[in-house]
Design a binder for this molecule. Sequence first.
Ligand code: GLN
Length: 312
Amino acid sequence: MSFNNTQLQRLADEALNTGKACNGGANADYIPFLASVPSDLCAVSISCCDGTIIHSGDYDYCFALESISKVCSMSLAMQQKGAEQVREKIGAEPTGLPFNSVMALTVHQDKPLTPLVNAGAMSTVSFLDASDKESRWQMILDFQRKMMSQNVKLSNDVNTSEQETNFHNRAIAWLLYAAGNCFSDPMDACEVYTRQCSTLVSCDDLATLGGTLANGGINPVTKEKVIDPENVAPILAEMTMEGMYDYSGDWAFLVGLPSKSGVGGGVVAIVPGKMAIAGFSPPLDEAGNSVRAMAMIRYIANNLNLSVYSPS
Ligand code: GLN
């Protein structure tokens, strides 16, 4: 199926209205900064493989990337070590439990199962080849910028808010370390992970992140080759299994696109070889997924019959 830009713009505008009509959910408040973001912000952006970006709503408002940063660090780890090493050391299974679950670790001998929950993300950060904390951080920030744009930057406000309150994640990092599943100093891993969650991106940037994956690893806007093509399918497989946490199965059923959410209110969904759809709005459901972003992506995906499981 091919799509023209007029049709996509109309769908984006309709999706925005559909999203704005959803009133459920609440801002994340366990990170103080996130509680203060205006709840009525709402945006949708589509990144096409030819570099076109279609958008509607507050598409240039910059919000915290949060858990979607896990996709970038996982991709970087696959670039450095190969996809199979990431599967072996960290995993490729869903946890079926919340993203910060200690129980998910405990029942699996403190092995995280997937790079897309907090435990696995810190393990992934620690797995990267880096000589010290600052170079570990810099390579992650550089990779986020390559997948999105040079506009991506660390927010001191978000970072301070998270670093001062991330006690639960610090405990998880020590559990990983005790079991041999953290490959650097655990507090360095936790600090760098917290920074990677605290970068600010626009909805257009987020769509471009997905567009890089949809486009076989080449950033559709800059045309830079960021990810080797053989790593793209494993990345999308990890996203399918855990990208929407303990809602991933329902999301596969309802939408059928590898996706990733963050508690900053962003969600990005990938249509391999075609496009990526990003949504942003702060209120979250129980699993930590943006209610309006999901509604907007679902509207577009269902209208265009984009599920990867669909026969046509
Ligand atoms: N920084 C957040 C945390 O560690 C990210 C969680 C998320 O977006 N699901 O809890």
